[in-house]
Design a binder for this molecule. Structure first.
Ligand code: FE2
Ligand code: FE2
Length: 155
């Protein structure tokens, strides 16, 4: 079974928890964070479904030892490939909502919310630069390591 690393689960839970609290403000910041959450919640769900579980196999894949679920890792890549570009596009949309909420939070003196939104922006950049490609690479490596596979047949 593919298992999402706890560090990634915890990061999503932490961000979501803090944003939900910020959405309770009865001002422009609260409203802007609510709007952001409408886009962010389905995005996080998608990541947790198609990108994160395979990342739990990275340590095993680089260990050089026998990997028990190569087939499962390889097969998970299809769903990720299908959503890969969409997830980058969703980040572009999210950035606009983050900027809007940030402007409100600064105007209304919610420095903590502004910092939280910066952390969310950084989270998205780490995903784009490291985690999404790593998830894709895990599937490609698993395909290469499957018995009787040639490079031609995995693409
Ligand atoms: Fe995420
Ligand atoms: Fe993301």
């Amino acid at each position: 079974m593919l298992t999402t690393p706890n560090s990634l689960k915890e990061e999503h839970m932490e961000i979501m928890g803090s944003l939900r609290s910020s959405a309770n403000f009865s001002d422009g910041t609260g409203r802007a964070v609510k709007e952001l959450l409408k886009v962010l919640e389905p995005h996080f769900e998608k990541e947790e479904k198609v990108a994160m579980p395979v990342l739990g196999s990275l340590s095993e894949l680089v260990s050089g030892e026998h990997v028990s679920n190569l087939r499962e890792i390889a097969d998970s890549q299809g769903a990720l490939l299908q959503e890969y570009e969409n997830m980058f596009q969703e980040h572009q949309i999210l950035k606009q909502f983050i900027e809007r909420a940030k402007a409100e939070s600064k105007r209304e003196g919610h420095e903590d919310v502004s910092d939280l939104l910066d952390a969310l922006g950084h989270h998205a950049r780490v995903e784009e630069e490291v985690l999404y490609p790593a998830a894709l690479l895990a599937g490609t490596l698993a395909k290469c390591l499957l018995p009787n596979q040639t490079l031609q047949s995995v693409t």
